[in-house]
Design a protein around this ligand. Structure first.
Ligand SMILES: [Fe+2]
Length: 250
């Protein structure tokens, strides 16, 4: 496949230039650490990522947790070896600085043995969905989730978020968010109760997910639980295997 050479850092900086940091930071805090940035990515970034999404599709692991979740996922290990643009985006210093300013905490990449650090979610079969949950941090610090729409060909499948007003635990509104290509959602994983509604027939939805933390350490029992959850609900038994650095192509 032809590989378009794109300066990822430069494109990230262009995307960030289009955002009013003060206003977005206010919304983030007002909504109890949750914000949506519609069409954040530039079109060249979306196009480049879609090339890599096509390349990674054979690596999709289908998963089914009765009563909670059905869908497909591609783990960080596949991205590490086959998707240099997605990897550069996840690691982009400009993106890390931008997100750190929004959440007002110095964010770090997840350790490289975390299959969830940068991954893809594929909703491709009717009924693919995930029930309400928090993106609980098993790390010793906070865990932040970034979701970015890449393919949105669905009228049924929506990210649904129960948004709390900062400091007012009783006031909750529910919002349904279309994840158009390039739209970014950022939230504190322990604070946003969220779900994805079931995909309809002949629909498709593909999401890039990035995880950042404030402390890269995780206790051994939490690590074991996190690994098992990822193996069962997301990436299959391969997620339990130790990461092999020789796989990385740069
Ligand atoms: Fe989630």
């Amino acid at each position: 496949m032809r590989h378009l050479k794109l300066n990822i850092d430069q494109e990230v900086e262009r995307a960030i230039e289009g955002v009013d940091l003060a206003e977005t930071g206010c919304s983030y805090r007002d909504q109890n650490e949750f914000v949506v940035l519609e069409h954040f990515l530039t079109q060249p970034l979306v196009d480049q990522f879609l090339l890599e999404v096509d390349r990674l599709t054979p690596d999709v692991n289908r998963n089914y947790v009765p009563g909670h979740k059905k869908g497909g996922s591609v783990s960080f290990y596949s991205i590490l070896s086959q998707a240099s643009a997605l990897l550069s985006f996840y690691r982009s210093p400009a993106l890390l600085t931008f997100l750190s300013r929004l959440v007002e905490a110095p964010l770090l990449l997840c350790p490289e043995n975390d299959p969830h650090s940068c991954a893809l979610y594929y909703y491709q079969q009717p009924g693919d969905h995930i029930g309400f949950h928090y993106d609980t941090s098993y790390y010793k610090g906070k865990r932040y989730t970034v979701l970015i729409g890449l393919v949105e060909r669905s009228e049924h499948c929506r990210l649904v978020a129960r948004v709390q007003k900062h400091g007012e635990t009783d006031e909750i509104r529910e919002t349904r968010i279309p994840m158009d290509p390039g739209t970014l959602v950022l939230f504190n994983g322990d604070k946003l109760w969220h779900a994805v509604t079931p995909l309809g027939k002949d629909e498709e939805r593909i999401i890039l997910t990035l995880q950042y933390v404030t402390n890269q350490e995780m206790g051994p029992f939490k690590k074991m639980f996190s690994n098992l959850k990822d193996a069962v609900a997301y990436f299959g038994p391969a997620a339990l295997l130790p990461w092999n650095p020789s796989k990385e192509k740069g």
